[in-house]
Write a protein that binds this ligand. Structure first.
Ligand code: 5GP
Length: 197
C-alpha cells in the first residue's frame, strides 16, 4: 500500500449534508481529488445519473459482485445494498489520489480496518435531530416510511462516529466544507512529511 494516495471516508446520518460537502470539495477543481462511485440496488432518484451518482444494479448482479470479491466493503443500509469497488479505489490509490468515499458507518469502519493509516474517517454531524428531520423532509426525495427508517438509524450512526478520526458539526455549509477540506489537507501534508523522512 505504498504511494501518496489517501482514502477519505465521509459519513453522516441521511440528510446530514455529506453529499453536498463532497460535491463542494470536488468542485474546488483540485486535481488530487477523486470520487469513489458506489454500486447500489436502491431505486434511482429523479435527479440522479447512473454512473455518476451510483452504478445502479439489480440484487442478482450485486450478489454476483459479492461472490467474485469485487467490493472493498459492502453493507445493507436502510434496506438496500451498497458497495465500494475495490478495483476503482485501488486504481485511484495507485494514481496518488485523495479518494472521497460517501459511505455509511459500517463501511467506514471496514475501510479503516483494511487501510489503517491510509484512511481518514470524518463524520458530519447534523446540528440537531430536529434540523436533520427538517432537511430530510425538505429535500423531498423520500416518502414518510423512508424518512422514518433513516431517522431510526441515527442513534447507531452517532454511536459508531466515536471511532471516527474527526466529527464536524454541520451548522453552516461553507464552514463545514472549509473545515473538512482543512482536515484532509492536514492529514495529507502529515503523510507527505512522513514519506519524505
Ligand atoms: P442514499 O440512499 O441516501 O444515497 O445513501 C444511503 C446511505 O448509504 C448513505 O449513508 C451513504 O453514505 C451510504 N452508502 C452509499 N454508498 C455506500 C457504499 O458503497 N458502502 C456503504 N457501506 N455505504 C454506502
Amino acid at each position: 500500500m505504498a504511494g501518496k494516495g489517501l482514502i477519505v471516508v465521509i459519513s453522516a446520518p441521511s440528510g446530514g449534508g455529506k453529499s453536498t460537502v463532497i460535491r463542494e470539495i470536488m468542485k474546488s477543481g483540485d486535481s488530487r481529488y477523486a470520487y469513489s462511485i458506489s454500486t447500489t440496488t436502491r431505486v434511482k432518484r429523479e435527479n440522479e445519473v447512473d454512473g455518476r451518482d451510483y452504478v445502479f444494479v439489480s440484487e442478482d448482479a450485486f450478489n454476483k459482485s459479492i461472490e467474485t470479491g469485487e467490493f472493498l466493503e459492502w453493507a445493507i443500509v436502510h434496506g438496500n445494498y451498497y458497495g465500494t469497488s475495490k478495483k476503482l479505489v485501488d486504481a485511484m490509490l495507485e494514481d496518488d489520489k485523495i479518494i472521497l468515499l460517501d459511505i455509511d458507518v459500517q463501511g467506514g469502519l471496514e475501510v479503516k480496518s483494511h487501510y489503517r493509516e491510509k484512511a481518514l474517517l470524518i463524520f458530519v454531524m447534523p446540528p440537531s435531530l430536529e434540523e436533520l428531520e427538517a432537511r430530510l423532509r425538505n429535500r423531498k426525495t423520500d416518502d414518510e416510511r423512508e424518512i422514518a427508517k433513516r431517522l431510526a438509524a441515527v442513534p447507531t450512526e452517532i454511536e459508531c462516529s466515536s471511532y471516527y478520526d474527526h466529527i464536524v458539526v454541520n451548522k453552516v455549509l461553507s464552514s463545514t466544507v472549509d473545515e473538512v477540506a482543512g482536515l484532509i489537507d492536514k492529514r495529507y501534508d502529515a503523510m507527505m512529511n512522513l514519506e519524505d523522512e
